[in-house]
Design a protein around this ligand. Structure first.
Ligand SMILES: [Ca+2]
Ligand SMILES: [Ca+2]
Length: 334
């Protein structure tokens, strides 16, 4: 049952024709058609080799897709955040690997904790970072001195853990299908390892995000609200004052929400940031995260693009940061 559904999903998204190739200007915000890069948008250019993929989808793991060895264009030549080293475009060959279809959910993480007794770093340290609008006015007032200097809308709050995302009085009972949050890079590695998996490399993650499309901004193309729809859980309104939640979600959304990309992957952009294996610099404490979150808005954090990247220290946890796992294939598939 599961396999046939998965096959249907994957094949269905593999035969979706590319869109018209209209682009969103990075300078004026207007939509226009990109004539320079028109070869990027031809059907042939974005055709996926369906005939090569007939018998290799089964992973041995649940809820994962096989992404076959291929070259892809990583990064962008039009960086939005130069200090993030988004550029240049480079051809990268990525070997075959499996990637979780969904972000790891609270339910997944609970099963892991029950099996292992694992304690997250937020539990050990006794606190985690939370977006101030998700707590009460009184709590906000009492936590003034614990605001992040560069981003004062983040506060460090005691008793915040994956089970109590807004403090000791909160719980996740009605959010078991939402992504687990307040998990550090070390926690994510422990979870994946327990299942015989690992974190994706940044290149694997970005290849997954692009879903076989060349040099598009988002997993679904270049238009943020193509077909007048919301394709990801982001921030609508004025950041950080007003979140209209036009996409239906003020904070996290279930990991199964919003349309998947052509690889069948959900929420690669938005919902929660996702840890990757890679280091940001030679400092091993800093790890790359990808995809942006429900707090990202173009005016402030246009990092829900596939090429965008950011980082945190590997023991950091926050209310908009989660992960998904990757896994090695048992043999190289060409
Ligand atoms: Ca939202
Ligand atoms: Ca995500």
């Amino acid at each position: 049952m599961y396999l046939s559904t998965l096959l249907f999903l994957i094949l269905n998204f593999y035969i979706v024709a590319p869109d018209c190739g209209c682009d969103v200007s990075r300078t004026d915000g207007d939509e226009h058609c990109d004539t320079k890069g028109e070869n990027l948008y031809t059907k042939e250019s974005n055709e996926l080799p369906i005939e090569d993929n007939n018998n290799t989808w089964y992973t041995g793991f649940e809820k994962m897709v096989l992404i076959k060895r291929a070259d892809f264009e990583m990064g962008t030549n039009e960086p939005v955040f130069e200090n993030d080293f988004e550029d240049p475009v480079r051809n990268v060959t990525v070997g075959s690997f499996y990637l979780d279809i969904y972000e790891v959910s609270n339910k997944d993480f609970k099963i892991f904790v029950e099996a292992t007794g694992y304690k997250t770093e937020a539990e050990v340290f006794g606190d985690s970072f939370i977006f101030e609008q998700l707590i009460t006015e009184e709590e906000r007032e009492s936590l003034k001195d614990f605001r992040a200097v560069q981003a004062p809308w983040w506060v460090k709050m005691k008793g915040v853990t994956w089970m109590h995302p807004e403090g000791p009085e909160s719980n996740i009972l009605d959010r078991m299908d939402h992504p687990v949050i307040h998990v550090s890079w070390n926690d994510a590695v422990a979870f994946c390892k327990h299942l015989g998996k690992r974190l994706p490399t940044e290149a694997e993650w970005e290849m997954g995000c692009r879903g076989g499309l060349r040099q598009r901004l988002y997993p679904w193309g270049n238009k943020l609200n193509a077909k007048d729809k919301h394709w990801a859980n982001l921030w609508q309104g004025n950041f950080p004052e007003t979140n209209t939640a036009e996409d239906g979600f003020m904070a996290t959304a279930p990991v199964t929400e919003f349309p998947p990309n052509r690889f069948g992957l959900y929420n690669m952009a938005g919902n929660v940031w996702e840890w990757t294996q890679d280091t940001w610099t030679s400092n091993k404490a800093l790890r790359v995260k990808k995809g942006g979150s429900y707090l990202c808005h173009r005016s402030y954090c246009w990092r829900y693009r596939c090429a965008a990247r950011s980082h945190n220290t590997r023991d950091t946890s926050a209310g908009n940061l989660g992960f998904r796992c990757a896994a090695n294939v048992p043999y190289e598939i060409y």
